[in-house]
Design a binder for this molecule. Structure first.
Ligand code: NAP
Ligand code: GCO
Length: 268
């Protein structure tokens, strides 16, 4: 008979969550650590790494922290080598680190567009390539790329972000085409609108975008980072060993919903 605990047990596994010092990344980290994984998180800010270490410790998690920029091939190689030496080979990678710039296409400097592409699309490739080498040799591994509603939809002012997240969805497919045969599962998570620092500018203080999220989200609420962390645990577990190239949308039903008008006459 199946043992559910074994199915979701990550004991002995090394997990890296990029940008895992707060928000969705921290929720993913906490979920993986709760299942027994030895958790590593990176960031580009030593202060945030120190704060995160203290925050994780409140949950009894002794997180391994290190500072490297996911857009730097050299930095990523050094960081992953350090993890492999100090902790062990990476079994689970969550490509979570990301940025957004909300600027109309016509006003967005090319350098800004390029920066978003570098962090949100090229960096997941850099990190995945570096850890996949060992996963392929060991014939096992889990890679989870943090996609978005913008992997499917466009939206005003987030062109670079949508281009990156759309590309990340298809990069996830292509990683699957090339690496699944080595028993590496590569999937994406597509969070809906989640209450984090990244969405605070369009969520807090009575921002009108709140109304849009409420009407477009059938669950009628913003998601919590933990909602995404739970999905990461599933995709990192044995329960998802035959799930590959899939983007698991954790969106409260947004993608199922065209929208509605208050007071619509349902008799028509
Ligand atoms: P967040 O609060 O902005 O956190 C992003 C993390 O990535 C931060 O820890 C940040 O570090 C780190 N980071 C940024 N650039 C980096 C770099 N070059 N190297 C290393 N780390 C870097 O965002 P979030 O809301 O938790 O989102 C996390 C992921 O989910 C992102 O990929 C985002 O696009 C995606 N997502 C978010 C939502 C949402 O509604 N919140 C929905 C869909 C998808 P610093 O703080 O030091 O800059
Ligand atoms: C925005 C938001 C979104 C979310 C997320 C939705 O400005 O539209 O920041 O992009 O972060 O990606 O899935």
């Amino acid at each position: 008979m199946m043992n559910v605990n074994e199915l979701f047990d990550l004991s002995g596994k090394v997990a890296l969550v990029t940008g895992g010092t707060h928000g969705i990344g921290m929720a993913c980290g906490k979920a993986l650590a709760a299942a027994g994984a030895k958790l590593c998180v990176n960031d580009i800010d030593d202060e945030k790494l120190a704060e995160a270490k203290a925050e994780y410790a409140k949950d009894g998690i002794d997180v391994y922290t290190l500072n490297f920029n996911v857009t730097s091939e050299e930095g990523v190689d050094k960081g992953i080598s350090q993890i492999e030496k100090e902790v062990g080979p990476v079994d689970v990678l969550v490509n979570n680190a990301g940025i957004i710039k909300r600027i109309p296409i016509m006003d967005m400097p090319l350098s800004d567009f390029q920066q978003v592409i570098d962090v949100d699309l090229v960096a997941p490739l850099i990190v995945a390539k570096r850890v996949a080498k060992g996963m392929i040799e060991r014939r096992q591994g889990k890679i989870i790329n943090m996609c978005s509603m913008m992997s499917v939809y466009g939206r005003q002012n987030v062109s670079a972000y949508a281009a990156a997240k759309g590309g990340l969805k298809l990069l996830t497919s292509n990683m699957t085409c090339e690496w699944a045969k080595y028993n590496v599962q590569i999937n994406g998570i597509g969070p809906g609108y989640i209450a984090t620092a990244q969405t605070a500018p369009i969520r807090v203080g009575g921002h009108p975008f709140n109304n849009l999220v409420m009407t477009r989200t059938p669950a009628n609420r913003w998601g919590e980072p933990e909602d995404v962390g739970n999905a990461a645990l599933f995709l990192a577990s044995k329960a998802a060993d035959f799930v590959n190239g899939h983007v698991l949308y954790v969106d409260g039903g947004i993608l199922a919903n065209f929208g509605y008008v208050e007071g619509e006459n349902v008799a028509d």
